[in-house]
Design a binder for this molecule. Sequence first.
Ligand SMILES: [Ca+2]
Ligand SMILES: [Ca+2]
Length: 72
Amino acid sequence: MKAITLITLLFPAALALADGNKIFDALDKDGNGALSPAEVATETALSAAFEKYDSNGDGQLSRTEFAAYLNQ
Ligand SMILES: [Ca+2]
Ligand SMILES: [Ca+2]
């Protein structure tokens, strides 16, 4: 058993975090570490809530801001 698997078994939150990062990376098409409205256009719910979760108002969702959306 890989260490990461054991960690996620013991700490489900770690699994959510790992999945969140995977989702973020999949959505971050240009790999600049932030999600633009165009990059989340296919995610209807996130797209609709974009401004709400863009807490610093820079028009991009950072990893932290995206995590807040996932943990809503
Ligand atoms: Ca991006
Ligand atoms: Ca932002």
